[in-house]
Write a protein that binds this ligand. Structure first.
Ligand SMILES: Nc1ncnc2c1ncn2[C@@H]1O[C@H](COP(=O)(O)OP(=O)(O)O)[C@@H](O)[C@H]1O
Ligand SMILES: [Mg+2]
Length: 269
């Protein structure tokens, strides 16, 4: 790990101005995220979690303060450079509705690579490799409508990881899933991020999910009200997993936290 591999935010504020209404969504946030760290962002609705994610990822410009990725100030980049950086060095997983319905799973997962200029052959190969690791072998040609919610989210994870990003941003990625499917997905996401050495920033309302991360920040009224560092506890064994991998459901009480058939950490690179 090198210091320059970090994402650093200093004095971030963000005010939304809509007509006469000014909403202070961020009111002074300092945060340093190093390679390999996983950060859970918690807090009530409206506390600024999504805004923080978007500012950290260079999607939104802060009103004041700065964000540095690998030592570079994002605001010093042109819009074009920022877009390129988002496509090649950051990965995103959102709540739902993020896959293009008319594209098959492999093309959905390959999209950021294609947009970043990777050849179609290489982008598809990398997308397919990730789909396989996440237990979706044989489903590469299915469109999102032909996948379950959990499977579609795994396509979204494959898409976030295929570009080998330095940071993965996930905004309530399990929000549209039932709890068990959400946990299965978070297990894959945290394991895959840590295997890749990527930092992970995940907005979650689930304290259980936060325990799998190495840090938690609690947002309130646009500031970090509380912060904790913890030894990430391994996600619990699936209690009758709903993940359909062709490997059969996970057996209750089974020890490894991912069945070997789709454990991304078990795959040698
Ligand atoms: N595009 C926007 N325009 C105006 N106000 C916004 C916009 N996005 C968010 N806000 C406001 O900023 C505050 C923080 O929102 P948000 O970052 O979405 O919080 P959270 O993700 O924690 O629910 C809220 O008061 C919200 O209404
Ligand atoms: Mg939000």
């Amino acid at each position: 790990m090198t210091g320059s591999d970090s994402l650093e935010a200093r004095g971030l504020t963000k005010t939304y101005d809509t007509g006469t209404v000014h909403t202070r969504a961020l009111a002074g946030v300092d945060l340093t995220l190093s390679r390999g760290e996983s950060l859970a962002v918690m807090g009530p609705s409206g506390s600024g979690k999504t805004t923080l994610l978007h500012v950290l990822a260079g999607i939104l410009a802060p009103t004041s303060g700065e964000v540095r990725w690998r030592g570079r100030d994002l605001s010093g980049l042109s819009e074009r450079e920022r877009t390129r950086l988002r496509r090649s060095e950051f990965g995103f997983v959102f709540q739902s509705g993020q896959l293009l319905p008319e594209l098959p799973a492999d093309e959905n997962a390959a999209l950021p690579l294609l947009l970043a200029g990777t050849s179609r052959a290489e982008a598809t190969a990398r997308a397919r490799e990730w789909l396989g690791r996440l237990g979706l072998s044989g489903m590469e040609s299915r469109r999102p409508g032909e996948l379950s919610g959990g499977q579609a989210q795994r396509v979204a994870i494959a898409r976030a990881l295929a570009s080998d990003p330095g940071v993965i941003f996930a905004d309530e990625p399990t929000g549209a899933l039932d709890r068990q499917t959400g946990w299965d997905m978070m297990r894959l996401l945290t394991a895959a991020a840590s295997e890749q050495g990527a930092a992970l920033v995940v907005v979650t309302h689930d304290a259980e999910v936060a325990r799998w991360c190495s840090r938690t920040v609690h947002m309130r009224d646009g500031v970090i009200a509380r912060e904790a560092r913890q030894m990430p506890s391994p996600p619990p064994t699936a209690l009758g997993s709903t993940v359909s991998t062709g490997a059969g459901p996970a057996t209750p009480g089974r020890a490894p936290f991912l069945p070997p058939a789709y454990d991304p950490m078990a795959v040698s690179r």
